[in-house]
Ligand binder design. Sequence first.
Ligand SMILES: C[S@@+](CC[C@H](N)C(=O)[O-])C[C@H]1O[C@@H](n2cnc3c(N)ncnc32)[C@H](O)[C@@H]1O
Length: 324
Amino acid sequence: MDVLNIGPVTLYDYHPVRQDFLRDVVEGLSATPPRISSKYFYDETGSALFEQITKVPEYYLTRTELSILREHLPEMAAALGPRCVVVEPGSGSGMKTRLLLSHLVDPVAYVPVEISREYLIASALALAEEFPELEVLPVCDDYFGPWLVPEPRRPQERNVVFFPGSTIGNMQPDEARGLLASLARRCGQRCGMLIGVDLKKDPAIIAAAYNDSAGVTRAFNLNLVERLNRELGAGIPAGAFEHATNYNELLGRNESFLVATRPLTIGLGGSSFHYEAGARIMVENSYKFSLEEFAALAADAGLRVVLVWMDERQLFSVQYLTPI
Ligand SMILES: C[S@@+](CC[C@H](N)C(=O)[O-])C[C@H]1O[C@@H](n2cnc3c(N)ncnc32)[C@H](O)[C@@H]1O
């Protein structure tokens, strides 16, 4: 891990992607069914495209979560309490963080944990400028990686986790349980967590959110193919894959795929992968929960749901959890 001072922020860089991209892709493409982790969507281009997704009309998640935050932030800030260190896995642009920080009493430090390095640095610098009293300590790592919560200069009352955006839904249930438990371990017995959880609803609403008519989600998913070419020299011809999604009602998750449009063979790291036309590579799951399902998952991770806020249509929820 390297510690770098960049203007007013101190970056803790664990170099997550440099070591793992090729190995993970070869392992994922060798699996049945073949898959690539959705964390690899997020290079600088992918992060910028994700920001555009959050603004398309079909993507109800960001809009709805923001409306819940705006309405209930005073209660959320009261639950978190004064002088906390805010740890945010998968922080992205930090737009929701600004709202939270402006409601907290004397926050001590902000720790965004992100895999997308350039985006992390840019958003940490912007945030440090907006909150000059706040210590901003970005961590570049996979949130499943070995990172630790950096020590702030001032003592904190407690560490709190802010995990909006339904990112928890992008994990398999056992991964989600593991991540929640490890966040609780890293943040201590007195920690609190504010988590954005997308709810089960009409499948047509969900399916549209992951296949917008302007094609931004398509461009986001196909950026992964460009990364394979650019960073791993995969040599995949233009147009060889298309974007497709499907809401799997049985498993309560939206599934996104890269679908081969013609037969092709990809050579990577000494292995070769053949696809017939129509073959699918799974690139993202987005799980949706009932309140009971999420409470059960949290309990398995040693956490209790204490408070839940929802929009009127009950599309989305923000939940406050503490260790049991
Ligand atoms: C669905 S976006 C949510 C962004 C933001 N939190 C929001 O609410 O709009 C997921 C974010 O998590 C980051 N991310 C995805 N997988 C990650 C991983 N394994 N480790 C660290 N960050 C990850 C992405 O770069 C992206 O910024």
